[in-house]
Structures are given as C-alpha cells and as structure tokens.
Design a protein around this ligand. Structure first.
Ligand SMILES: NC(=O)c1ccc[n+]([C@@H]2O[C@H](COP(=O)([O-])OP(=O)(O)OC[C@H]3O[C@@H](n4cnc5c(N)ncnc54)[C@H](OP(=O)(O)O)[C@@H]3O)[C@@H](O)[C@H]2O)c1
Length: 278
C-alpha cells in the first residue's frame, strides 16, 4: 500500500513496546530508513534504538511533534497526560496519533489533543516483540480515513484486528493481551507435570512449547476445519485423550477460565475509569 513508507514516524517513548514496533517497522521496511524518530526520558534507550534500528533521537517531544507526521504514544498510561499537556498546541489536524496506552480512552485523548482528527488506539500483546502479536485497534469518531494507514502501520506486528472502543476492545485486551499470560500459566502446569514424571526441566519445557506450537500450527493450517472437528480427530472413543477431556469438563475448566476472563475485564474497566479521571 505504501501509505506510510515515506511518512515521518515519531515515537514518544522508546521502551519495550516502542522498540518492538520500531524493530518490526525496520525489519519489514514498512517505513523508509531515516524516517523514524524518537524521544525518551532517559538517554540510554535512545542510543540503543539509534544504533540498532537507525532511529533518529530528538531531544524534546515538541521537536518530535513538529518533525513527524505519525506520532506513536508509547509511554506508560500514567505518564501520558503529563507528556501531552505541555505540547498539545504543537499538534495539528494533519497528524495521525496512535496511542498504545492501555486503559486510556479515545475520549481522554481527544480532550487532550482537540486539534487532531486522526486518532487511534492500538493494543498489541507481547508477542509483538517477535512479530507474532494479535493487535487490536480502534479509531476515533470521524477518523475512518486513517484506517488504511493505521492498519499498514500495525501489520508488521502480527494479526491486526479492527475493533470498536468498549466491549470488543476490552474482549481483545483480555483474551489476547492478558491471554498471553493465561496461556503461559497453563504451560507452566504442563511443564510441572511432565517434570514430576521424570523429564529434566529443559526437555519438559521444549515438550510443552512444541505441544502448544503444534496445536496452534495445526489449527492455523486447517482454517476451514473447526477447532471442535480438529479436536475430534485426536480423540478416540474411550481412549486416553477422551478420559482426560472428560475430567477437564467435569472439573469445569471452561467455567474457571471464563471467570478469570470476566475478572480481568472488570479490572480493565477499573483502570479505564481511573485514567479517564486523570
Ligand atoms: N509492553 C507491552 O506488552 C504492552 C502491551 C500493550 C500496550 N502497551 C502499552 O505501551 C505503552 C508503553 O509500554 P512499555 O511496556 O513499552 O513501557 P516502558 O518500557 O516503560 O516504556 C515507556 C518509555 O517511555 C519513556 N518516557 C517516560 N516519560 C517520557 C517522556 N516524558 N518523554 C519521552 N519518553 C518518556 C520511558 O523512559 P525511561 O527510560 O525513563 O523509563 C520509557 O522508556 C504503555 O502505555 C502500555 O500500556 C504495552
């Protein structure tokens, strides 16, 4: 599409997620070399991104907004209002602003940046660091014309999912953002059980990882087959897998997981209300 290849992209914040996105943009040549800029509170990370990805360091956030067309807000949510308030007047309606801040609503962003029409919120999960993220995004009202640019920007991170702010954005945050943590929790149970049955930790870890990767890759390769059908293929009546699955269902594993998802969603709402009050 090349909508952003020759645009100047600036990151306010060169921490973990900022760096993951810079790396993805550079590796996939989505943005032309020399068109990436960043600021950061402490200087060490700026030096690192300059050396590793050729990102040009700028000394103030105001300079960055003056220099760039696309501004990525990659500071912690609790720092965001303090970062934007003093530089709000530097933004104009030609800017596209993409906020990564969890729990910071588009309404709060609009209040802070009233002159910006191109406002988007994106929620990548940590596999973004290896370009295997699920990244959801939503656009502010009347920002539809920026949709293609936002998608092109996020594409290098992994699977891009458009959502609406509210229930679907929250569901994505919980199931994919927190979901990465939930899956890693399950993997730990797997590993512990394997170790208890005679395998050394390194081998047990590899076995778990490959089992999860294998199941996911199988599902990925068989897109037209439902997950239930795929599962049926590994379950023979009265067999080993069937016995295990029956216990999982008797123990209501699904109910436990749903309960955890709902708890996480409630926490997400609390955080969103808290940042909106700032
Ligand atoms: N990490 C994830 O998996 C993930 C997933 C989804 C969304 N997010 C969102 O992404 C955002 C960044 O998260 P992160 O994990 O990358 O945090 P992080 O590693 O702490 O990065 C934030 C960076 O912002 C810098 N910073 C703070 N104040 C600044 C200022 N006034 N001007 C310029 N830079 C400033 C910090 O500088 P210092 O060097 O001084 O600390 C730090 O390097 C957050 O809003 C978070 O909600 C993260």
């Amino acid at each position: 599409m090349n909508l952003i290849k020759n645009r100047k992209v600036g990151f306010i914040g060169a921490g973990n997620m900022g760096q993951a996105i810079m790396k993805a943009l550079v590796d996939t040549q989505t943005v032309a070399p020399g068109n990436l800029y960043a600021t950061n509170r402490s200087p060490g990370k700026l030096k690192k991104v300059e050396e590793q990805f050729g990102v040009k360091p700028l000394s103030t956030n105001e300079d960055l907004v003056d220099t760039c067309d696309i501004i990525v807000l990659a500071v912690k949510p609790q720092d965001l209002a303090g970062v934007l308030e003093p530089i709000a007047s530097s933004f104009h309606d030609g800017h596209l602003v993409i906020s990564l801040a969890a729990g910071f609503s588009l309404k709060s962003l609009q209040r802070l940046l009233p002159s910006v029409k191109g406002l988007a919120r994106a929620m990548p999960n940590t596999p973004a660091t290896i370009q295997k993220a699920v990244v959801g995004y939503c656009l502010a009202d009347n920002a539809e014309t920026y949709q293609a640019s936002v998608e092109e920007f996020l594409q290098p991170l992994g699977l891009v999912v458009p959502t609406e702010e509210g229930e679907t954005f929250e569901a994505l945050t919980v199931s994919c953002g927190s979901g990465t943590g939930f899956v890693l929790e399950l993997m730990q149970y797997w590993q512990e059980w394997i170790e208890e049955h005679g395998f050394d930790p390194a081998t047990a870890r590899k076995m778990v990882v490959q089992t999860f990767l294998g199941a996911a890759a199988l599902a990925d390769k068989s897109e037209s087959t439902s997950l239930v059908e795929l599962q049926d293929r590994v379950v023979s009546k009265k067999g080993v897998t069937a016995a295990g699955l029956q216990s999982m269902r008797e123990l209501e594993l699904e109910r436990g997981l749903r309960y955890s998802f709902e708890k996480a969603a409630i926490r997400d709402q609390e955080i969103e209300r808290g940042t909106a009050r700032q």
